[in-house]
Design a protein around this ligand. Structure first.
Ligand code: PAF
Length: 282
């Protein structure tokens, strides 16, 4: 595996592969790699000639009170995992190369970025789309891979690619879960033992709510009440930021889950913010 830190070298290397007719699969990450990331990498390896993974903790997508400075990082451990997966290139740029002094541009996907997580993390998705647009321009992938756990992020990136005519297929892969259903996330590392156990309530809540919807109880009011009750039954759930049914394309809350709906949750377990979701059809 080649480790490249300089954006224009990745750019030239990608151009070389594309000129030779090779497809490029790209998995952008912020490191602290877990099975969820590895599943994206495996899919990229299956579907492309070359797989490039980036590791960059993007300061632009963290709010002032958020965890940028303590975001878990282990570049050596991550590189080892990537070698085992036989990734072709690890792109691990330095911040000053991606955001040199005087960097002013932002990429923003209007309304979609204000819904759900966007309402609680001002500017977060603007930071995500800015870095992802930059990475796409540097890596020039044929396909890029994202996890369904970050459903809103995937919807926003698909919209960005469409609106900006970027010739990239966005592939959304299933959420990978722990034995008790907790969605894998680098942020799970912040949970202490008790909180880690308590966090399984999120998946239980999604499964039970989707069963309720499938049994025909589909109204927004009943769904919200049911989800709230389930989540608050766990004393370590400190705050529910949202828990309801949404349109999977517009991310607007819907009155009833009468067609395919997105069940989505954001809660704080102890001090850690966790999100999860599930698609459900009545
Ligand atoms: O999902 C993530 O890890 C990040 O939001 C991403 C896509 C790598 C952009 O920094």
């Amino acid at each position: 595996m080649e480790i490249i830190r300089i954006p224009h070298i990745v750019h030239d290397t990608s151009n070389g592969h594309l000129l030779h007719g090779r497809s490029i699969g790209f998995v952008p990450t912020m490191g602290a790699l877990h099975e969820g990331h590895l599943s994206l990498i495996k899919r990229s390896k299956d579907e492309n000639d070359i797989t490039i993974v980036s590791i960059f903790v993007n300061p632009l997508q963290f709010g002032q009170s958020e965890d940028f400075n303590k975001y878990p990082g282990d570049i050596e451990g991550d590189a080892e995992k990537l070698r085992k997966e036989e990734v072709d290139i690890l792109f691990a740029p330095d911040k000053s190369l991606l955001y040199p002094e005087g960097f002013l541009t932002r990429v923003e996907v209007g309304k979609l970025s204000e819904k759900l997580c966007g309402a609680f993390r001002t500017g977060h998705f603007k930071g995500v789309t800015t870095i992802v647009a930059k990475l796409f321009n540097i890596v020039k992938p044929t396909r890029a891979y994202f996890g369904q756990k970050d459903f809103q992020q995937a919807v926003i990136i698909k919209k960005m690619v469409k609106d900006l005519d970027m010739p990239i297929d966005i592939v959304v892969c299933p959420t990978i879960r722990e034995h008790d259903g907790l969605a894998m996330s680098s942020r799970n590392l912040y949970l202490n033992e008790e909180e880690r156990k308590a966090a399984a309530v999120i998946y239980r809540c999604l499964v039970q709510t989707s069963e309720m919807i499938k049994s025909g109880i589909i109204s927004k009011e009943k769904t919200r009440r049911f989800m709230k009750e389930k989540l608050l039954a766990e004393p370590l759930v400190r705050e529910i930021q949202y828990a309801s049914i949404y349109d999977p394309e517009t991310l607007e809350e819907v009155e009833a889950a009468d067609k395919e709906a997105l069940l989505a949750v954001a809660v704080k377990v102890g001090g850690t913010r966790l999100i999860d979701n599930m698609l459900v059809k009545a």
